[in-house]
Design a protein around this ligand. Structure first.
Ligand SMILES: [Zn+2]
Length: 83
């Protein structure tokens, strides 16, 4: 076993799925083709991958990308302001 990697389990058999390819539709949105690694299962599908929030802002931001801070971070900032 190598180092832990984030993985997506197959919705049918729970085995790891591999990401075959992903196609970027916008800077924050891509569609990936996923394939189950269990030969007995053979499921293939697509997965949407969307970057939805900012946790740490980029030092070289893309002006066309506007990602809101994550709700949790907003709450933390609000709490700071309130105190
Ligand atoms: Zn499967």
């Amino acid at each position: 076993m190598t180092a832990y990697k984030h993985r997506i389990p197959c919705p049918h058999c729970g085995e790891n799925m591999g990401i075959r390819k992903s196609q970027g539709l916008t800077p924050v949105y891509r569609v990936a083709t996923v394939e189950c690694r269990n030969d007995e299962c053979g499921f293939r599908g697509t997965a949407d991958i969307e970057v939805t929030n900012t946790l740490t802002p980029s030092d070289i931001p893309n002006p066309t990308v506007n990602l809101p801070f994550s709700p949790r971070l907003m709450q933390a900032l609000m709490a700071q302001k309130a105190s």
